[in-house]
Design a binder for this molecule. Structure first.
Ligand code: SF4
Length: 253
């Protein structure tokens, strides 16, 4: 996936995911084991070789299968290995909001960029969509993000998977800027990548609804982008890229 002249490689951190997001096939399929730093780095190397990218400029995103911050040790080791050839500013770790993991990521010497899969504007709504969010309330998550050290020019990316009739109302759009106030950030709206087999009953809003939602954010002076179609932008969300560019991780031991 090209971005700013770089190709983006999406990595998995686990062989499943325990977070259980209702809009994600990986979440529906359930938990898996942590990949080691070596296994994650192996994915990276395999993609480089397979795609003829050895020596080419790349971005790396941890947005494949699994919750990276439930495997901080493996991800930190992989980031360290990748940082031999790729600047940490070209590496993004996407989390569903594992608060203790955010603090550990903040403490890394070669700190990658942070993306947060938000997807809701109230705690109750978030818990319905992302069951593991019950453990780390929005208030606690936002406090951890406000404390996350940002290098000059860096921002936190908030991913917002849009679900028709669930989290796409004008009220949601109006709440979002208030929620994120004071955090240097950008918001990436991601219409659901539907899957009739595993995500039946969930659909993406139509283009007008998405535009109206984005318009409210823009009017509130938020930096907002919309991922209109698969693969056009890199900043998707964990789970939403599954099966498109994430290499298959090793089978559970
Ligand atoms: S969206 Fe990410 S955190 Fe949620 S279940 Fe899927 S892989 Fe896990």
């Amino acid at each position: 996936m090209p971005m700013e002249g770089h190709t983006t490689i999406c990595l998995s951190s686990q062989t499943g995911c325990a977070v259980g997001c209702v809009f994600c096939v990986t979440g529906v399929l359930g938990a898996g084991r942590n990949l080691t730093g070596g296994e994650i780095f192996g994915q990276y190397r395999a993609v480089l070789r397979h795609e003829g990218l050895v020596g080419a400029p790349v971005n790396v995103v941890f947005m494949g299968m699994g919750e990276p911050l439930l495997n901080v040790a493996g991800v930190a080791r992989a980031v360290e290995l990748i940082a031999e050839t790729v600047s940490p500013k070209r590496v993004t770790v996407s989390t569903s909001g594992i608060v203790p993991g955010i603090a550990k990521l903040a403490a890394l010497e070669r700190r990658p960029k942070l993306a947060v899969s938000l997807n809701a504007t109230t705690q109750a709504q978030r818990e319905r969509l992302m069951p593991a969010a019950a453990r780390w309330p929005l208030e606690e998550l936002l406090a951890a993000l406000r404390a996350f050290p940002l290098e000059r020019g860096r921002r936190i990316t908030f991913e917002y998977v849009m679900l028709a009739g669930v989290n796409d109302s004008d009220d949601d759009a109006r709440r979002l800027p208030r929620l994120l106030k004071g955090i240097p950030c950008k918001v990436n709206l991601i219409p659901l990548n539907p899957d009739e087999r595993y995500l039946g009953g969930l659909a993406a809003p139509d283009a007008d609804r998405i535009s109206a939602f984005a318009g409210i954010l823009a009017a509130a002076h938020m930096n907002v982008t919309v991922r209109w179609s698969k693969g056009r932008e890199v900043a998707a969300a964990c789970g939403q890229l599954r099966g498109q560019i994430a290499p298959r991780p090793p089978s559970p031991a």
